[in-house]
Design a protein around this ligand. Sequence first.
Ligand code: 13P
Ligand code: SF4
Length: 300
Amino acid sequence: MDVAEEIAQLKKARNAVILAHNYTRGEVQDVADFTGDSLELARRATEVKADVIVFCGVWFMAETAKILNPDKTVLIPEPSAGCPMADMVTGEQLRALKAKHPGAKAVCYVNSTAEVKAECDICVTSGNAEKVMARFAPDEQILFVPDQHLGGHIAGLLKREYTLWPGYCPTHAAITVKAIEAARAQHPGAPVMVHPECARDVRSAADQRLSTGGMCRFARETDATEIIVGTEIGILHRLRKENPGKRFYPVSERIVCPNMKKTTLENLAESLRDMKTEVTVPAEIAVRAKRTIDAMLAIS
Ligand code: 13P
Ligand code: SF4
């Protein structure tokens, strides 16, 4: 029996569902019950009937699934799979920022710890940030953590000024305007889509700024048959699988999130076999963080 077959058997035996992010390894996406962006995965996590959720992605995503499903068992195959950007702001730092700006609303990107979510009024993902942030009255002061780039992108779209925490994604920071220009020169006429976690000059150099779920929709709906992709290269597996008649070119083959690659078929099978590693969130933090996530889900 190969590992994929073993995973299918264990999944049945455990009454488990496998959720995977668009950046995970292709072979992991292929055994998942659902693959999506952060918003789609959070939504799907609220609909799970199974007893066990195995989350293939990074820690904050599994933590979000647990917060939304306090009574279910949520497993992450490799617990060291973190998101460096999420760790760029702590609960303590956010409390200090809030104390400096009394009355301001605190908004976190979903790429944040449960403790940070617990301190916020609402959270956003790259898939719904514009819609959620448009709800704030023009005179409201907004503290946005931790991604300066997503926050700056939305502030620009809505013509607002936010107090931005200086966090960033190290993987997307490696995408440059020069690399986009080189890709355009190689594939003339192909539209360029980038993730809003990219820096401002990179976002300006692209044609589309989209969440990973938005990229999958754009690829399906566009008449273009060649598309340049400026995000983590794991998404190419899904784009190519869903659009066999189209061609996808990464801005650079080196745009890899090492944490997203930590889930393998082997540790996924092991996770189901040994029921590890269980994600837990202290109840007091989970209750407050859930309010922040629910506030977002109610809008988007
Ligand atoms: P998406 O929600 O667009 O999938 O983004 C998640 C992420 O971590 C991007 O780096
Ligand atoms: Fe975090 Fe960036 Fe990896 Fe996304 S790609 S999980 S933001 S480090």
